[in-house]
Design a protein around this ligand. Structure first.
Ligand code: GDP
Length: 296
């Protein structure tokens, strides 16, 4: 199910109820059930869906609604507020400051869209007046440096990497040191992924973190990750730790409910979403704006 379909389904459930002539508790329960089914089918974590159901029902307590109250408004607001709550980490994300080096390290599985998102983010900050650059600490995947080089060149972003150095920690340290000396303000470090969560990937991430002391670590999650998002994001959080999330491929076939659930599992804010393969396909994520757009 694509994200728009999830939005349409939730919307339809709410408007079917609020337009119907008998707005009673039974019809209300059916609406809540339909919203929950849609969320589960979109891979939102079952426990989260259960707490959303409880919260909506608590807010719209039919027996206690005063006679004059606009039930339609109460229901619409409860659904909207609880969907916002679902993606609200209650934690503020890191934002870079001008005039100092801000080191941002990326982590994630191979193919999640890390390298693409690194360039998108460097370009994003460059367009907003930050002197930005990229460091390729992925010495694991053949061709990783070439890919970053191509992206960076297209976006006119200075980059650092090595075709001969095989130690990712050394490359990361050298690149970050060099760009710090050159007074870059946003220094983005791309690291290698693996196909699965593996001990050597986590060890490498921790070592790079110790070497470059990032101001923020961003985990990249593919929107199609599904129900394993919670376990995966917890595993990353427990080893390397991260302060922000980017969800990629929100333009694809998956509604991204799994990735959205990672927010609640790790209480980490989503900062951006990837909306396509192009350099400019990056949007800032804000819970309220996201849910408003989802619901059209
Ligand atoms: P990495 O292995 O994590 O570095 O992943 P890449 O950055 O190489 O991305 C893997 C694939 O996903 C590439 O073909 C990208 O073009 C694609 N990709 C990344 N982000 C997005 C996105 O937001 N939307 C779409 N449609 N494709 C994306």
């Amino acid at each position: 199910m694509v994200l728009q379909d999830l939005g349409r389904r939730i919307n339809a459930a709410v408007s079917d109820l609020t337009r119907s002539s008998n707005l009673d508790e039974k019809a209300f329960d059916a609406m809540v059930k339909e919203i929950c089914n849609a969320l589960v089918e979109a891979d939102v974590n079952i426990k989260l869906v259960a707490s959303l159901r409880t919260a909506i029902k608590r807010k719209v307590n039919f027996k206690e609604l005063a006679p004059g109250v606009n039930k339609k408004r109460v229901i619409q607001k409860a659904v909207y507020d609880e969907l916002v709550e679902l993606v609200n980490p209650h934690d503020k994300a890191f934002t870079p400051k001008k005039g100092k080096p801000n080191v941002i390290m990326f982590v994630g599985l191979q193919g999640s869209g890390k390298t693409t998102s690194c360039t998108k983010l460097a370009r994003w900050y460059q367009a907003r007046g930050f002197k930005s650059c990229l460091v390729c600490a992925d010495t694991f995947r053949a061709g990783a440096f070439d890919q970053l080089k191509q992206n960076a060149t297209k976006a006119k972003i200075p980059y650092y990497g090595s075709l001969t150095q095989t130690d990712p920690v050394a490359v990361a340290r050298e690149g970050v040191d060099k760009f710090k000396k050159e007074r870059f303000e946003v220094i983005i470090v791309d690291t290698s992924g693996r196909h699965r969560q593996e001990a050597d990937l986590f060890n490498e991430m921790v070592q790079i973190q110790e070497a470059v002391k990032p101001d923020d670590t961003i985990m990249v999650l593919d929107a199609s990750i599904g129900q394993q998002a919670e376990a995966q994001s917890r595993a990353f959080k427990d080893s390397a730790g991260f302060g922000s999330i980017i969800i990629t491929k929100t333009d694809g076939a998956a509604a991204g409910g799994g990735a959205i659930s990672a927010v609640a599992a790790t209480r980490t804010p989503i900062v951006f979403i990837g909306t396509g393969e192009h350099m400019l396909d990056l949007e800032r994520f804000q819970p309220q704006a996201f849910i408003s757009k989802l619901l059209g």
